[in-house]
Design a protein around this ligand. Sequence first.
Ligand SMILES: [Zn+2]
Length: 175
Amino acid sequence: MDTEKIQNYAEQLSRQYNPEGLSPYPFGNIQKDKKDLKILLTEKLPGSVSGVIVFFPKESIFIILVNKTKPPTRRNFTIAHELGHYFLHSDEIKKEMIVDSDNVLDKVNMLYRRDKGLSTKMEIEANNFAASFLMPADLVRKAWEKLKDIEGCSQVFNVSVEAMSIRLSRLGLVT
Ligand SMILES: [Zn+2]
């Protein structure tokens, strides 16, 4: 799927499950709707891992594990990133679980992967999905108009300052 399609898809889902534009994002609304998805926070993942998505064929369920020891902004982005995998890459997850390190979320550096080319593409897609999902363009424009401050905006969307700056610059609001 090309970048623009992913962004539109992510924003459409974002609105569908969060029509009021609440932040932090009410991920529980998606879980209530998707019977084949569970999002669990855990302290048991290795420190280098932010999130995991795995499919259990017997129960026909996708489980997202999120590293609870990470800061809330990182956890939010991780959940949105794993949801990107869930909505975009379910067939691939059925073949092999996806383990995302902090590096993957920051600059797409893969661990534990068979197929580097496909993995890189999937990680870029999941990060694009996450950015649009957590920071829909119209809401970002409104927040920026009001605040004109990257840190202030990052607090509005409960994302890191880094994630916010990337989003603002992609939307052409900061250079
Ligand atoms: Zn990933």
